[in-house]
Design a protein around this ligand. Sequence first.
Ligand SMILES: [Zn+2]
Length: 440
Amino acid sequence: MKAVKIIGYILLILVKVLAVLFVLIILYFLIPPFYNRYIVYPELEQERTALWKKYKKPEQFIAHTDFKGILHSHTYRSHDSRGILAEIIPAAKKAKLNFIFLADHRMSDLDSFPRGIHGIFNDIVIESGTESPGPSMMVTPLRNVILDWKSDRSQLIHDVVKKGGMVFYLHSEDSHDWANPDYQGMEIYNIHSDLIDEKSPLKFLINGMLNSGIYRHWSYRELFDEQTKIVALWDSLNNHRKIVGMAAVDAHNNQSIRARYLKNGKVEWVGPNAKTLSITEPGWKEKLLLGKPDIAGWAFKMELDTYFHSFNFANTHIFSDTLSSRSLKNELVKGHAYISFESLAEANGFQFVSADNSGKINTMMGDSIKSENAFKLKATSPFPVKFELYQNGKLIDSKEDRYDYEFQPKNKKGNYRIVARLKFRKEWLPWVYTNPIYIY
Ligand SMILES: [Zn+2]
């Protein structure tokens, strides 16, 4: 009898311990999302509203127009996305994009261009491209051609570039043939690269799910980390030749649970990476959860990475006289471009140039200039920022809370680039990275 009592007593303690543990685990995952929702995000939102009121149109140094767009996005023509233009174009409009350079996964070893989706849609230039297998690159031939992905890779890069196309290395955390002489640029930021370095993806996921409403732009940004290793690699490559830096969204709109009615009346459930989870007759679950289908046919959606939130996350701005894929490509490979994180603030108007000793502007980001002609480096921003000036990857100067910035390189040669930071909750968050001005 006594033994039974003791066992009962031990069991009771065990149940209590487990119950406490369970509550602790729940709290561990739930406290941060609720703290974010009621304390952090409202504060961030307030600061953002206040910041946006400080907008001042910068003086125009660069004659070309600043076109904002995104590079490296996927559509249904990739195995792991279902995105169609009816969803992509409204999202791009909302994010105020002028262009999209797609990088869909190849459909077969023989890859024909231009691919199905390219042209001008509702004033947005869309250019087709492929994210290559193996060491990942965005290949944008801009002409009628069939690429053979089984052929020699360096020869393929050489041919595409020589014939007026574009090759950028993607996923810069992976190993690449960095010494290849023909590729024109690389990602210095990619949302996906940034996501995979999260220490606690589950916490990010739960926070994202619980804060998917009006604060989704902040919960999505929880994955953001400065890509210092990648940027350092970019700087080191630029010591040898010009390698243009760009931002990638790698948008798939595929981290979600969705459902849609098929023509035969059954319901297809689609999970992460656009994989079909099941095809079933509509039952109680479907009747309860599914509503009126949206423009793409989705009758149920629970999603993290909507096209809009990706398009409004990491942008590339290109200075060009014409809004066409040919002209944008020509200017991008010159480095007449900078990247920005637009959910913080719109960067249009940001400029980085050099001037001679009479004050005349003589180069812009991406260009090279003789040291005796680069009397001053000048940057200007539509919002007050912390300007940081890097020479060959080393921080050499910074100024806080300013719209304008000037620096005299005093004949010191090197690659000069600007990082501009915005202040949120007492922290200077990176907002703009320019391509370098090369002083030789
Ligand atoms: Zn991709």
